[in-house]
Design a protein around this ligand. Structure first.
Ligand code: NAD
Length: 483
């Protein structure tokens, strides 16, 4: 990859005097590029630009603001391959996975373009001659802090909606994958977005702390691990900002004996190994109810065809590889049975890449660490039970609550289970139950702190405040109502 990644402020890529962070290629362990580790001075510069831009941007009509995003959508469509390539390089995904991420970014932009058709001011004559009107107005200068695992898609969860709704944004992408945010900035600039409406400030936790403390930032959305999401939520709300912080996950798939084993095994393998298991919606725990030997055998055999460096990408870092392999070691020590082992894989020509092969661990019990904690790698922990209610109890005992799915042919049981599981996004015969636009994305429990979801219709309330105006024009009505 090329030269270092700079901040994007007031429509320009700006060289900063701040330190640099090295970005490593997860595919071969070599240095990919460097990125600015911003200081408060850099952040202040971005906020100054955003505040200036906000004066006119917040006064554009919704329809005027959307015009820029029609063009941005075209730009994304024209650059699908180059955007996908950059995701592969910095994140380690396969090209197909990276492309799916870009396509989802396009869908998110299309949703933002539809916002003028979804929200309208509400007006009612509440008393003769007296009118109440409620309108959505922007929050102000907002910030979006994003993780490494979707360098384009997760920033796109927030950018189009927040901007179309009249806010100006400071994006802080992951320092492990900062390239996607620069590409988004470039395309927004080409689309004619006014300077200062969108800014990128790079860096690590130091700059995130400054964002949480900054008096001029009114709202913060965060996506990342639960430990950090909690801290960000506590810090920003104690500074009287609104905050929506999405955290980690441990997603359970409940497989009943009547499941279509072919479909279930295909989906489960794709869910646990897609994006090398580094999806907050990945299946990481399966609970088999009753006789499910056939499905488990099929999962094992199909997972053998998921080959690191071919149709399985790398994990993000050396530390991530070590963490994942340690979870597998510990599960083995605790008595679980490794039926497919992805430890110590080497990819020819990419020997220094951070690869972990698909790993299936059977006879896991609910008390084991591998059953409870987020592994974030291509690892499936299989638990077994004879009772549906016990399966639900295991799912409910998780601190997380992003996703849960059930595999069965029985509609009544599917309804029963999806009603009882404690997760924000549930599926029936779906391995990755991500709601498509206009439905919203967001988990429950320790997978999300704050109110509402981050995408779709639900996000509109996060990015706007309601202004209620009451007017009396008809003096001749001679009705005295709260004059
Ligand atoms: P992370 O929490 O390490 O980092 C996320 C962001 O927080 C980054 O921008 C990073 O610079 C910043 N950060 C890191 N440590 C910090 C600290 N101590 N103080 C302040 N800021 C800090 O997450 P990650 O490793 O980049 O991403 C993986 C995690 O994100 C997983 O747990 C995954 O489940 C989660 N995730 C959740 C969702 C969701 O929708 N719930 C979506 C994608 C990823």
């Amino acid at each position: 990859m090329n030269s270092k990644i700079n901040n994007f402020i007031n429509g320009e890529f700006i060289t900063s005097k701040s330190d640099l962070i090295t970005v490593w290629s997860p595919q071969d362990g070599k240095k990919l590029t460097e990125v600015t580790n911003s200081s408060l001075k850099d952040l202040d510069q971005a906020i100054y630009a955003a505040k200036n831009a906000y004066k006119s941007w917040s006064e554009f009509t919704l329809k005027e603001r959307v015009e820029f995003f029609y063009e941005f959508r075209n730009q994304l469509k024209n650059n699908i391959d180059s955007l996908s390539d950059s995701i592969c390089q910095e994140n380690g995904k396969t090209f197909e996975e990276a492309k799916a991420e870009v396509l989802k970014g396009i869908e998110l932009t299309e949703f933002a373009c539809s916002i003028p058709q979804i929200i309208h001011d509400e007006i009612q004559e509440v008393s003769r001659g007296v009118e109440c009107r409620s309108s959505h107005v922007p929050v102000g200068i907002v910030s979006s802090i994003t993780p490494f695992n979707f360098p384009i898609m997760v920033p796109m969860w927030t950018i189009p909606n927040a901007l179309v709704l009249g806010n100006c944004m400071i994006l802080k992408p992951s320092e492990q994958t900062p390239v996607g945010a620069s590409k988004i900035a470039e395309l927004l600039k080409i689309s004619g977005l006014p300077n200062g409406v969108f800014n990128v400030i790079n860096g690590d936790k130091k700059i995130v702390e400054e964002i949480c403390d900054h008096k001029d930032i009114s709202a913060i959305s965060f996506v990342g691990s639960t430990k950090i999401a909690k801290t960000i939520y506590q810090k920003s709300t104690s500074n009287l900002k609104r905050c929506l912080a999405l955290g980690g996950a441990k997603n359970h798939l409940i497989v009943l004996p009547d499941a279509n084993s072919e479909m279930a095994s295909n989906d489960i393998v794709a869910s646990m190994s897609g994006c090398a298991g580094q999806r907050c919606m990945a299946a990481s725990a399966m609970i088999g109810v009753g006789k499910i030997e056939e499905t488990i055998n099929k999962i094992k055999n199909k997972a053998k065809n998921v080959i690191p460096g071919k149709n399985l990408g790398s994990v993000i870092s050396k530390e991530a590889k070590q963490r994942i392999e340690k979870y597998i070691d510990e599960a083995e020590k605790e008595g679980a049975k490794i039926i497919l082992d992805g430890r110590d894989v080497k990819v020819s020509g990419k020997e220094n890449g951070y690869y972990v092969g698909p790993t299936i661990i059977d006879y896991v019990t609910p008390e084991m660490k591998i059953a409870k904690e987020e592994v974030f790698g291509p690892v499936l922990a299989i638990m077994r039970t004879e009772e549906i209610d016990h399966a639900i109890k295991i799912e409910n005992s998780s601190n997380y609550g992003n996703a849960s799915s059930v595999y069965t042919q029985d509609g009544k049981l599917a309804n029963y289970i999806t009603e009882k599981v404690s997760a924000g996004m549930v599926g029936v015969n779906i391995g990755v139950p991500v709601p498509r636009e206009p439905f919203s994305f967001g988990g429950w429990n320790e997978s999300r702190f704050g109110v509402g979801d981050i995408t779709g219709k639900s996000s509109i309330n996060f990015w706007t405040r309601l202004k209620k105006r009451t007017s009396k024009w008809n003096a001749s009505a001679k009705k005295n109502w709260m004059s």
